[in-house]
Design a protein around this ligand. Structure first.
Ligand code: ARG
Length: 406
């Protein structure tokens, strides 16, 4: 009996070619696994295609719920964004897919796990590191990293092997999609000076086509997690799906990022992330109301580490768990409602409220009812300004005198 390999299968050109290639090159039986994290249209068609192309078994799984609850929401609680721009959609999905591949590989007594990543991107790192961490016993194979075929050659290889070549193959773009966002690379986008053509966008309307009236929406949070939209309780998947539609309709969530990949390359990435854009902004607005200044300052440092480690494929690490524990603890009081105005590509926070709000009107007001003791300020300022005053007297005024006398 030949060895078995579990392949992360998307139904696209590369992973379809990989089914035949794994057989030819390694004499392995392929078990195809298609994981739906929100970017799959017809999962049955994909499952069937794997068999047609030569897989001995083909599985599909709906992982949307665990993706949102166990990967996206922890990132939302953290406000995880890479380099201030990218909400990490693909980076969050890879460790989950790796975990599911490992589960199948164990059940099916496979000896190897394969994925369709090339050798130039971050995704190979995320898959490989996750797999080798969770299950070092499996050999990892990345056909597209090994076979050395160009896109044209891969198409020819597919034709030679009667593998149906999808029409989308003629598209110059490389696209990845899940509930948290959509990424578009390649083609004209490789010139960072060139504005993306309208055709690269699928989730967000062009500003010229967005409604002329704003939409006001309210998002409810409980302990840092979004739980309702306009007063209606929603499970995470539905909430994110509805928000992608709503905000996309107003052209919200387009991102154009020159990104630093882990493998040393700068790349130009276009993203569409309507729900992520709105939720991250709303969540931060609620934190501004419910966390102390000290918590907010410290959390910024944690978040920059947390975002980098997600991007760099280190989800399954003790450090991730440690930081997540801190982040969870910070969310105890992040409960409340945020009001947002969506209009012409903008997502503007226009209101926020919380039972745990640290905003005290009577302290902030300039009107009557002010309870702030202004007589305490001069003493506070005397001490606060003391180091600056002393340093200037000792070091700078002497220097000034010298310069003047010279
Ligand atoms: N640059 C993003 C990231 O590294 C998106 C990658 C999209 N992946 C893909 N195979 N098209 O997470």
């Amino acid at each position: 009996m030949s060895d078995r390999v579990v392949l992360a299968y998307s139904g696209g050109l590369d992973t379809s070619a990989a089914i035949r290639w794994l057989d030819e090159k390694y004499n392995m039986e392929v078990i195809a696994v298609c994981v739906d994290v929100g970017g799959v249209n017809d999962i049955r068609a994909i499952r069937e295609k794997a068999i047609k192309v030569g897989a001995i078994r083909s599985l599909s799984m709906d992982a949307k719920e665990v993706f949102i609850n166990s990967f996206v929401f922890p990132a939302l609680k953290a406000n995880a964004i890479y380099e201030g721009q990218y909400p990490l959609a693909t980076a969050l999905a890879r460790p989950l897919i790796a975990q599911l591949l490992v589960d199948v590989a164990r059940k099916e007594e496979a000896t190897a796990i394969a994925h369709g990543c090339t050798g130039k991107g971050n995704d190979q790192v995320r898959f490989d590191v996750s797999i080798m961490t969770l299950a070092p016993e499996f050999k990892i194979i990345a056909p597209a990293r090994e076979w050395g075929m160009t896109r044209e050659e891969t198409i020819a290889y597919a034709r030679r092997h009667d593998i149906p070549v999808p029409v989308t193959v003629t598209s110059p773009y490389s696209i990845d999609e899940n509930l948290w966002g959509r990424s578009i690379e390649c083609g004209m986008l490789e010139d960072p000076w060139v504005e993306p053509a309208e055709e690269v966008f699928a989730w967000t309307k062009s500003i010229s086509d967005t409604p002329d009236e704003p939409s006001y929406i309210e998002i409810g949070f409980e302990k840092g997690i979004s739980v309702s939209l306009n007063g209606q309780k929603l499970d995470g998947v539905s909430l994110v799906q509805q928000l992608n539609k709503l905000a996309g309709e107003h052209g919200v969530g387009r991102i154009d990022h020159i990104e630093n990949r882990l493998v040393g390359i700068k790349s130009r990435e276009i993203y569409e992330a309507p729900a992520a854009t709105v939720l991250l902004k709303a969540h931060q607005a609620l934190e501004a109301l419910t966390l102390s200044k000290h918590q907010l300052r410290f959390k910024e440092k944690v978040v920059s580490e947390y975002s980098d480690l997600i991007y760099n494929g280190l989800w399954f690490t003790a450090l991730r768990q440690d930081l997540a524990a801190y982040i969870d603890s910070s969310q105890r009081y992040v409960t409340g409602v945020v009001k947002i105005k969506l209009f012409k590509g903008n997502c503007q926070i226009v209101g926020r409220k919380s039972p745990n709000s640290l905003y005290i009107h009577d302290l902030a007001t300039y009107d009557k009812g002010d309870i702030f003791d202004q007589s305490a300020s001069p003493g506070f300022i005397h001490i606060w300004g003391l180091p600056s005053k002393i340093q200037t007297q000792v070091q700078f005024s002497a220097q000034l005198k010298e310069e003047n006398s010279a």
